[in-house]
Write a protein that binds this ligand. Structure first.
Ligand code: DXP
Ligand SMILES: NCC(=O)COP(=O)(O)O
Length: 257
């Protein structure tokens, strides 16, 4: 399916954290993170995302480097490495130079990501790190709550994109608050576009809530999806799960136009 240049297809980046989480429960090397990534790329996923947390609970340093080598065989796909640049992220960015670095303000022992950066408080410590990434040729995306008023500051600090934290939308899915959340994300995305930022999104997106989000949120360049995707892949397999999520995206794109 092709889309007009004015509305390029929202890219699917598969987060493989949870494959590593299961692998780490034995010393057998299975399930393979590499095989998962390769199967998703072969099925058409536009990118792979990892979040190598400092405690190594799932993605570890060797995964980051092995996936970088794999992605070299897929030059038209993207590698997105997430993390807190004041912790361990920058060592990976310098060594691997992925397509994109997504800065996430997580603490070292955080259960999962649950908030975005705040401006002006975070600007001073982020600016030099963003500049370094851009000098390395790495696009920078800032994990942000869907607050339209924060987008100007995100741009001013040098970010190329924002990634809208979508758990509040996912939590409202199927409730009376769903529409208000969609309007909130659409407003934040438009504010980002208005100041020259690209728009990514992620966290708790799934096959139920993805289509409506793609349809309503303008200029959505990329969704990164992991937890629900891997849960679905346990039942459907990686290739069919990629196709299922692509169908959700394409349905949203058609609703948008
Ligand atoms: C930043 C974000 O929302 C996710 O990309 C993050 O990778 C989730 O981390 P866990 O997989 O450790 O829950
Ligand atoms: N940036 C979001 C991501 O990579 C995956 O989040 P989730 O789908 O595991 O919640």
């Amino acid at each position: 399916m092709t889309f007009p240049a004015a509305h390029p297809r929202t890219a699917l980046s598969v987060n493989v954290n949870k494959v590593a989480l299961v692998r780490n429960t034995r010393h057998l090397g299975i399930p393979s993170v590499l095989r998962a990534a390769e199967a998703c790329l072969a099925a058409g996923a536009q990118g792979i995302t990892v979040h190598p947390r400092p405690d190594g609970r799932h993605i570890r340093a060797h995964d980051v480097h092995e996936l970088a080598a794999l992605l070299k065989a897929w030059p038209d796909r993207e590698y997105n490495i997430e993390g807190n640049p004041t912790q361990n992220l920058m060592e990976f960015i310098r060594a691997v130079r992925p397509s994109q670095a997504t800065f996430v303000p997580d603490g070292e022992d955080q259960f999962t990501s649950d908030h975005g950066w705040s401006f002006p408080q975070d600007a001073q410590r982020l600016a030099p790190l963003i500049q370094e990434c851009r000098q390395l040729g790495v696009r920078v995306s800032l994990f942000m709550d869907p607050i339209a008023e924060q987008m100007q500051a995100a741009r001013a600090v040098g970010a190329d994109r924002v990634e809208l934290y979508t758990e509040p939308y996912a939590a409202a899915w199927g409730t009376p608050g769903q529409e208000a959340q969609l309007a909130r994300y659409a407003s934040a995305a438009q504010a980002a576009l208005d100041v020259g930022l690209g728009v990514n999104a992620g966290h708790d997106l799934n096959q139920d809530n993805l289509t409506a989000f793609v349809a309503r949120v303008p200029g959505l360049a990329e969704v990164s999806i992991g937890h629900a995707f891997i849960a679905d892949a346990l039942e459907l397999g990686y290739a069919e799960t990629v196709r299922a999520y692509q169908r959700c995206i394409d349905a949203g794109m058609l609703d948008r136009s």
